[in-house]
Design a protein around this ligand. Sequence first.
Ligand code: ATP
Ligand code: MG
Length: 552
Amino acid sequence: MAADFIRRIVAADLEDGKVAGVVTRFPPEPSGYLHIGHVKAIVLDFEIAQEFGGKCYLRFDDTNPAKEYEQYIEAIKKDVQWLGYRWADITYASDYFGQLFDDACRLIEMDKAYVCELTPQQIKDYRGTLTARGRDSPWRNRPAAESLRLFHAMQAGHYDEGQMVLRAKIDMAAPNISMRDPTIYRIKKKSHPRTGQHWNVYPLYDFTHCLCDASEKVTHSLCTLEFQDNRALYDWFVQTLRPAPHPRQIEFARLVLNHTVTSKRRLHSLVSSGEVQGWDDPRLPTISGLRRRGYTATALKNFCRRLGVTKKESRIDFSVLEGELRNDLNASAMRTMGVLDPLQVIITNFDREPLSLTVPNHPQDKSFATRTLKFADSLFIERRDFMAEPPRKFFRLAPKRRVRLRYAFVITCNEVLRDAEGNIIALHCTYDPDTLHGKPPADGEKVKGIIHWIAACDAQRCEVRLYDRLLCAPSWNKDDEPPLNPNSLTVLNNAQVEPRLFTQHQAWQLERCGYFCPDRDSTAAAPVLNRIVTLRDSWAKIAPPSPASTTP
Ligand code: ATP
Ligand code: MG
């Protein structure tokens, strides 16, 4: 694959000697859990550093600490590690508060910043618009010494929040509104989890981020497109306050996925309203939700790598992520047997001890070895694999018809047992002992259908959670509530599966059913499986399902 535009810039900067080595950073704000969009940024930041022999920092942008700050920090560290990345160091924007305060004082001394006493609304009104230049604040030309004294007094706690701010003195006529004397410090009489009560003034993002980058000798500061207009400001601060070489900001398009929510604010409200069961609800696109559901780090990373990086925003269909997941799981997941909606089959001519059949753990990959499956007189098959009145092209089980049980025998259905309401409760079948290893019955009939099954004596009953898209529309007007899919979770209570599915948190393929893994709610007494993804894309526009499609 050809290098993307960011990798080309980095390679050129190294070649021209503009930078001696590559340093990047991933800078989450610890105000929520990371989501699939962040994975794109993580993959880019960490892998560019890796590929060019450089390093990447994990920097918490904690200028505006959220309530559950510690919880978020721990969750973010865990997610980055789970993806398989190692940071050169963990840093915090708050580590630099002292330095940033000094930087602000220097700006004032250079007559490039001033304390402004306009109200927040006035500041907004004075800023102008895209078509009208801004107006100078009446405080813009106050003496530097006065600003400096006031700034220290702000920090000493002599003024209230909102009473005054420190603004950079740049250009109120600049076409780029970001450059019209942006606020760089505000009063906040709030304790900070890492610096305690020390500060009464806190720096704003635009002032903080670039100077932290410079302090960490970051060479390439990668961020999403919404920061494009702030780049001029980024450059102005580092060039005014720090010696060369300066870090360089490069923007790329954010990841936008259909049928889901990737805004921290929206995720917050879903979690706090109880619409979902926490940040790691398996329906959420948070890294912790995807991990719990059974998504692999490999699939998430491959998805982001394949999407590549560009400057063009595009919506990606969720099925693209699922396709990547299936590619990974198809190769890595062991096969197992189980039925989600069981129908009992009694083999009336089998009256001996259960038989042990040796079956492969993976149909293509011999390195997965084999295991034994029991065949006995009481089995379960999937209810939808039987039809009492089948259409002509139904090749699975029906009265007086034959079907092959995967890895086992051909059976014939002789009798359908019903309860008082007429519901089918079991089938009486006979098996043909001479049909193992794909051998046809003696009469030569070609048995087309092959279905999955499990012996009752070999099965563990469990709960299965089937997930569907979080939203029932691909996108929605961002001012409205997201259209939640009322069927995003379906619970089945009677599934019967091989007990080994619960031995560890890993992905398994239930043959013909999909990929599954134990949920963290699972206990020995009440085992629970998540369906990670179906075997095929049921959302794709496919021809109406043909009843003839029996086995994958
Ligand atoms: P949100 O929009 O969910 O609140 P954010 O941008 O506020 O996200 P941060 O914690 O500030 O979240 O983001 C850390 C890094 O992740 C930033 O560099 C940001 O550009 C990047 N990032 C966030 N969302 C996406 C996305 N959807 N695609 C790519 N990168 C993203
Ligand atoms: Mg942000």
